[in-house]
Write a protein that binds this ligand. Structure first.
Ligand code: G1P
Length: 276
């Protein structure tokens, strides 16, 4: 059973400035709910109960969001507005939230390594909250925990993307293991290759299940693309031992790290909820 989910949440959110000057990008809402809360709800739906959040300077509102707010609660208690707080209260009561600060932005791999004290020596999930995923009752992370139960190694979610976008993603090559569950054993992975250097158009999206040996590998991983410590490079070391499975998930993903994806997600959820 995977119990813990790690959320790297220390990035600057440069593409959303000025909105992200004082507000963490993970707290930007799709309708009324912050991106990070969607991620936490996905982890809860997959049976996880510890949310390990790697934050950074200027991210205190994340901790406040997943905590009681006595003044607000007592103001709303017994009024017709009390129900507005119900959803977040359920989330807060269903999980334990733990935090560590990443002091320097040295890449996604470094953020994950920073989370090691919150995880310990057990397999864990990673959600990048700006990849917002939705799939009715079976969340992407729930699908991945099933794949993990079968293969007992690191699992990454993948999606086919247009070839001209390979430089925005980690890209994999692999051999089909089982077409009934859309799984591939990964043979190669490259972080953000130009289309001409990309092995395929199968892109990694922001959902991972990692075995804890990844921490030692990350400790020894040299800076890669963009001078950052890349999780893609560390996973390649596991893949070389045949220990990474890529899974073509079922569902929709919105890249809420881009304005277009953010708008598309907003429109999608507004339609779903009958708002427009
Ligand atoms: C990160 C990873 C990349 C992955 C992507 C998914 O990149 O480094 O391999 O494909 O997330 O969203 P980022 O989007 O943080 O630049």
């Amino acid at each position: 059973m995977i119990k813990k989910c790690l959320f790297p949440a220390a990035g600057y959110g440069t593409r959303f400035l000025p909105a992200t000057k004082a507000v963490p990008k993970e707290m930007l809402p799709i309708l009324t709910k912050p991106l990070l809360q969607y991620g936490v709800e996905e982890a809860l739906a997959a049976g996880m109960s510890t949310m390990a959040i790697v934050t950074g300077r200027g991210k205190r509102s994340i901790e406040d969001h997943f905590d009681n707010a006595f003044e607000l609660e007592s103001q709303l208690a017994g009024t017709s507005k009390e129900h507005y707080l119900e959803e977040i209260k359920t989330v807060i009561e269903s999980a334990t939230f733990t935090y560590v600060r990443q002091r320097q932005m040295l890449g996604l791999g470094h953020a994950i390594l920073t989370g090691e004290p919150l995880i310990g020596n057990e397999p864990f999930a990673v959600i990048l909250a700006d990849d917002l995923c939705t799939n009715g009752n079976t969340s992407v992370l729930s699908q991945m925990t099933e794949v993990f139960n079968k293969y007992q190694c690191s699992i990454i979610a993948i999606e086919e993307i247009p070839m001209d976008q390979t430089n925005k993603y980690g890209v994999i090559a692999g051999n089909l293991v089982d077409e009934t569950d859309d799984t591939y054993r990964v043979t190669d992975m490259v972080e953000k290759p130009e289309p001409k250097d990309a092995p395929t158009n199968m892109a990694i999206i922001g959902r991972y299940i990692l075995t804890p040996d990844i921490f030692d590998i990350l400790r020894n991983t040299k800076p890669g693309k963009g001078g950052e410590i890349q999780i893609t490079d560390a996973l390649l070391a596991q893949a070389k031992q045949g220990k990474v499975i890529a899974y073509k998930f079922k569902g929709k993903r919105f890249d809420c790290g881009s304005i277009e994806g953010y708008v598309a997600a907003t429109n999608y959820f507004a339609k779903q909820q009958g708002i427009v």
